[in-house]
Design a binder for this molecule. Structure first.
Ligand code: ACO
Length: 323
């Protein structure tokens, strides 16, 4: 059977780093509060000329270089984002153009913080369905531009950035020893809409709007939802936490990450944490974390890696792959 195998990875961050201390002059907060409640120490904030598409393009170019490929080799550009450059055309088509591609196809996918898990799962279907041989899957965000910078309960949590994977269809044995995507489990439940949403949009206010969140409510549901889909991924592949080499979670909050790993019996040394460096970059957080951990040699070819995320909607999902 055909499996969607990771052939390359890459990431991009804005030039400007904003440590917690700097936020103390914007809202009533403290480095100590932010670190203790979230584990975040700094985030990157996009400046003039830096957009979701420009960061996504940079991450895509890095992933292509890592894969030893060029834009000519790509059939589909799939971008997970909730902060597109324009309402339309899709940021994916913008990036396709920036890469000089006039062949193939490109589209955006919107599942907020779960966007990258949804996007890898979708790319996998396009590859296994025969529509694309190689897919550039990008998570790119500029959440700084939809934050209410007067609201200390949200503005300290998020950051900007982008990450990308090149997925390639490869003939495989059809066992869990194969490299590539092994199983994906996606969920959503719109009854939780009011707990995490943006209070604007083209069809309602005609404005972009600002992120609104009932943090405590999100927190309350997060660990249960995350562990539920991870258990589903283990069950579908007849694997357990012991088989796992790495858990690469969406980087929202250190306490959610630690709580989920503990509940699943995954030891801290197998969990990739970058929330301290990047803050919550929504759909970009998982590919940014993958790039850090693959780049420093922790994630190696053949490793069993679980991706998981939960976010606005609510949406949530888990995906097991062999690197
Ligand atoms: N600085 C200082 N004090 C603050 C800040 C701040 N930035 N923000 C809130 N506070 C205050 C509150 O006003 C409150 O004060 P009060 O007791 O006088 O009313 C106190 O701190 C405690 O507030 P809580 O909201 O109860 O704090 P909590 O421990 O729940 O932490 C947090 C808040 C970090 C938002 C947490 O609820 C959380 O992480 N929730 C999950 C949400 C999340 O991660 N969302 C990301 C998007 S969804 C996703 O990606 C999964």
């Amino acid at each position: 059977m055909i499996r969607s195998v990771v052939r390359g990875y890459g990431a991009a961050l804005p030039k400007r780093v904003v440590p917690n201390k700097e936020l103390e002059s914007i809202v009533e907060t403290s480095d100590e509060w932010i670190v203790q409640r979230t584990g975040i120490r700094q985030r990157y904030i996009a400046g003039e000329g830096e957009t979701t598409a420009s960061l996504g393009e940079q991450a895509a170019r890095a992933a292509l270089e890592n894969a030893g490929l060029t834009p000519d080799d790509i059939d589909l550009v799939l971008v997970a984002t909730s902060t597109p450059d324009n309402t339309f055309p899709a940021t994916a088509v913008n990036i396709q153009n920036r890469l000089g591609m006039t062949h193939g196809y490109a589209f955006d996918l919107q599942a907020v913080c779960s966007g990258f898990v949804y996007a890898v799962a979708t790319a996998d279907l396009h590859i296994r369905g025969g529509m694309a041989k190689r897919v550039l899957v990008i998570g790119a965000e500029t959440f700084s531009r939809i934050l209410d910078w007067k609201d200390r309960t949200t503005c300290v949590l998020f950051g900007d950035g982008a990450g990308a994977l090149v997925l390639e269809g490869q003939e495989s044995e059809g066992t869990i020893a194969d490299r590539g995507v092994l199983t994906a489990h996606l969920r959503s439940d719109g009854t939780h809409k009011e707990k995490l949403y943006v209070d604007g949009g083209p069809s309602t206010t005609g404005t972009v709007g600002h992120l609104r969140m009932e943090g405590r409510e999100v927190f309350k549901h997060a660990v249960g939802m995350i562990t539920d889909v991870i258990e589903a991924a283990f069950a579908a592949t007849d694997t357990t936490a012991e088989d796992l080499d790495w858990l690469v979670p969406h980087q929202a909050n250190r306490r959610i990450i630690d709580g989920s790993a503990k509940k699943l019996g995954i030891p801290p040394e197998k969990v990739v944490v970058t929330v301290d460096l990047h803050g919550n970059t929504s759909a970009a957080s998982i590919p940014l974390a993958l790039s850090v951990a693959a780049g420093d040699g922790r994630i190696k070819q053949g490793d069993l890696v679980m991706l998981e995320a939960m976010g606005g909607g609510f949406t949530w999902g888990a995906l097991l792959l062999r690197w």
